[in-house]
Design a protein around this ligand. Structure first.
Ligand code: ZN
Length: 393
């Protein structure tokens, strides 16, 4: 599936979704961030709305289930409630959020809706300014609209998202449903190991200040530290850039793209300190200078207790085994958690494969997930009516 956000294939998928929404007799909506949705006024006038959804965009050459499953399961939930003529204390809305995957910005539509999108994020987007401007123009959107797409949190009863796990844990646990406890926090850094460029043939081994050795020693040590001391965390060195970068020159400088994730804020802090300590030690070991440039941090986001309970009870009532787990990937639910009770259900990914054409979830698991979403939404809707909204966090 190759559907980068606001490209022709993505816009075609959105046009298809619009047709499905209208054909189902639901109200079709587009907000100023381009989020597409189906709305069902099944609550009393002035009632808040329980949102569900995910995203129809994909990473380049990704899989068929990431995002699309959550959008279609949300739409199906609205169809079932409409066909059954069920009245609820809330309205229901099924959303296809704009640019979740970050071809342009990442969680663009959900951040805009939650009011956490900043002008700064649009000035320096990860996909580049030109790609963002071209995508917005293709979709008939404007930056000023993105920044004005915030919805009043008082109108939101909550948010539920069904998604594929994108990892191997549900398959390993032989559980058809995952109750997501939270979404991991993430830090990224650029580390620069600086030594001295020298002749690769004439400089004695003992006399070299080889920046590649520091970068390599750090990469191996980082893996070891996480394996030994940080269960549930991950670290990735996704890129090393060598300068000058030639067969016959000892590397003078290596830029390392470092990213690491942890499920708890305090753990993210400790992991950060441990990894930067390893970087300094590796630089010192090989006589190198180290520059540390922080590039961004997203704190871990817990899912609401009410939403976790709704998903777990829904699975239990359907006779589906479920396990609690943190999400190692980022999702739109992270944006929504800032403004309303948010939760997620996962279904298994065969071989843990995702962001790849190998991504696959058996049909029976997709159906289980959709049923859990429906039942969890009904529980959240009724609880929202009885007890009012729970506090955020
Ligand atoms: Zn996704």
């Amino acid at each position: 599936m190759h559907r980068p956000a606001l490209g022709e294939a993505h816009l075609a998928a959105r046009a298809w979704l619009r047709g499905q929404i209208v054909a189902a007799g639901l109200e079709f909506r587009i907000d100023r961030a381009g989020n597409h949705s189906a709305f069902l006024a099944c609550g009393p006038a002035g009632a808040p709305t329980l949102l569900m959804g995910s995203h129809l965009d994909s990473v380049p050459h990704g899989g068929r289930f990431d995002g699309a499953l959550g959008v279609l399961a949300a739409l199906e939930t609205l169809r079932v409630v409409r066909e059954a003529h069920v009245s609820l204390p809330v309205h229901l809305e099924a959303m296809d959020f704009t640019d979740e995957e970050g071809t342009l910005v990442g969680e663009l539509g959900s951040a805009a809706l939650a009011g956490t999108l900043s002008a700064q994020m649009l000035q320096n987007p990860r996909g580049g300014r030109a790609a963002l401007q071209a995508g917005l123009a293709r979709a008939g959107l404007a930056e000023v609209g993105l920044l004005a797409a915030r919805r009043d949190p008082a109108t939101l009863a909550g948010y539920l998202e069904l998604h594929i796990e994108q990892g191997p844990r549900l398959v390993q646990a032989q559980a058809p449903i995952g109750v997501v406890t939270g979404i991991v926090g993430l830090c990224s850094y650029r580390l620069t190991f600086a030594g001295q460029g020298d002749h690769a043939g004439t400089t004695p081994m003992a006399d070299r200040q080889d920046a590649a050795l520091g970068a390599s020693a750090f990469t191996l040590a980082a893996r070891q530290v996480v394996l030994e001391d940080f269960p549930g965390c991950v670290v990735n060195v996704g890129e090393m850039r060598f300068a000058p970068g030639a067969f016959n020159i000892v590397p003078a400088q290596v830029d390392v793209a470092l990213e690491f994730r942890a499920p708890e804020p305090e753990m993210l802090d400790r992991l950060e300190a441990a990894l930067l300590g390893q970087a300094r030690a590796a630089a010192g070991q090989f006589g190198l200078e180290l520059q540390v440039e922080p590039l961004g941090r997203t704190d871990p986001t817990p899912m609401s207790k009410a939403a976790q309970r709704a998903v777990a009870e829904a699975a239990g009532a359907l006779g589906l085994a479920h396990v609690a787990l943190a999400s190692g990937a980022v999702h739109d639910a992270q944006s929504l958690a800032a403004v309303c009770p948010a939760g997620m259900a996962f279904v298994p990914s065969v071989a843990g494969a995702s962001h790849s054409p190998r991504e696959f979830t058996p049909w029976a698991d997709c159906v289980n997930g959709a049923n859990v979403l429906l039942q969890a939404a009904l529980r959240m809707a009724l609880e929202g009516g009885r007890e009012g909204r729970e506090g955020i966090g």
